[in-house]
Write a protein that binds this ligand. Sequence first.
Ligand code: TYM
Length: 335
Amino acid sequence: MDGKKQVVFSGVQPTGKITIGNYIGSIKNWVPMQEQYDCIFCVVDLHSITVSQIPAELRKNTFDLLSLYLACGLDPQKSILFVQSHVSAHTELAWVLNTIAYVGEMNRMTQFKDKSRKHADNINMGLMDYPVLMASDILLYQTDLVPVGVDQKQHVELARDLAQRFNSRFSPTFVVPDCLTPKVGAKIMSLQEPNAKMSKSDVNENAVVTMFDDKDAILRKFKRAVTDSDTEIRFDKENKPGVSNLLTIYSAFSGETIQKAEERFAGKGYGEFKIAVAESVIEAISPIQSEQKRLAADKAYLENILKEGSEKAERIANRTLQKVYKKVGFIPKLR
Ligand code: TYM
């Protein structure tokens, strides 16, 4: 070991409203990593247009997400924060990786199949290529660790496969990254259908709690959360998915272990339990919300962070891209 810190890379799409699932599965876990690793966090706008977006909304969502990153505790002094489309190496490396990714393996990607079902009128090439662009994001920075929710594990696996394939076809070029999923909250479920993932794109508003919901909405949504006809508050994913999901959310926001939470709520009714879960969420996200609002109003500050972030990211990304171009046989561009 030369004492060099390991590299962490992750990102969130600026689509719609970021959910508490996104927060618990990703952003929340990134914050402490800043102390230990060289962290790079991206707002992945290129990925977001694989599903149709309204341009003005995409612009607003991009700034909103960056300010949410900051409000949650990501610090531009410690981490590189940038927007994916500002660093053209992402799409350039994706093109090269496309030539070693097989149509068969892309066709098998669970998220591609899901999104193709949901957006049957817009099954575009970008949607199919989404995981290759994600591999490019990761591999450009010689990433060691990718902290994500469990739904992204298959995509990180593909990044590993492509790294290994390129390394063996040419010569060692990429670090082979590891996927890091949280012990608690790697998959937060819908409040209405506790066997399905909580998803930004859910049409049922009551199924999803967003990081932008006000107190009344949060309370209302948790009060309506689906549980079961039993009365016991206990963690049992298989038989009590709704209650287990609420316990997970409570644990993630209160910091208490699930076991401790089970003891706390033993003998209590579901009504009281749901209110306590809502309150733990409100207590944790209210200060984030006010900070996010304050930061979102300071466009010049945000733009400056993006400018500095993309310059730093570009330096690292271009180094990897030039190596790749050389290895595949492209002649160098004279400057
Ligand atoms: P996105 O925006 O769909 O999701 C962002 C992060 O949130 C996690 N997540 C969840 N975690 C727990 N419970 C849930 N219900 C839940 N829903 C979403 C996701 O796993 C993810 O970590 N493709 C990525 C974005 C991306 C990326 C990358 C990530 C693009 N390039 C490179 C890491 C490295 C995504 O899922 O975005």
